[in-house]
Write a new protein. Structure first.
Length: 155
């Protein structure tokens, strides 16, 4: 079972796609452990820098660099806040582009829960309590098997 390629993708041979590949471009933005864990924590409701550093377990310098990259890429935005007697600071929040990454984050959680040691957190639908699963579906609503996916070099 594999996805099918059409157009220039099917004809490319051993030529690397590089930046022309959306997967490559996505990984350039979110493709390291720290960045994904920071995103996880923002999805979980953390937004303040100190909380993100503690929850992810990285240095302040590494967190600052990754958060700056996510802001520059338009995945996160900085929102000012100020506690009484303190200077103005910024919390991080997901942009629309960032919210679009929810299926990616949930897919990683789902895969890790199924294929690595230990159980992951339960992901359920707030309205009915049933488990949430990430699936591949076409715009018409059909479940799509891996060998029915066609990847082409244009729309």
């Amino acid at each position: 079972m594999t996805v099918r390629l059409t157009g220039r993708l099917a004809q490319r041979g051993d030529v690397a796609l590089g930046d022309r590949c959306p997967i490559d471009r996505t990984l350039q933005v979110i493709g390291n452990r720290t960045t994904l864990l920071l995103l996880r924590e923002v999805f979980y409701g953390a937004g303040r820098f100190d909380a993100l550093v503690k929850r992810v377990g990285v240095t302040e310098a590494v967190a600052a660099q990754r958060l700056r990259q996510l802001v520059d890429a338009g995945v996160l935005t900085k929102e000012p806040y100020r506690e009484p007697g303190q200077r103005t600071r910024h919390a991080y929040a997901l942009t629309e582009s960032g919210h679009d990454l929810l299926p990616v984050v949930l897919s990683l959680l789902q895969w890790g829960d199924s294929h690595t040691r230990g159980g992951g957190p339960a992901v359920t639908h707030a309205n009915c309590g049933e488990p949430v699963r990430v699936e591949v579906r076409c715009a018409a609503g059909h479940a799509v098997a891996e060998d029915d996916v066609v990847v082409g070099s244009g729309r």
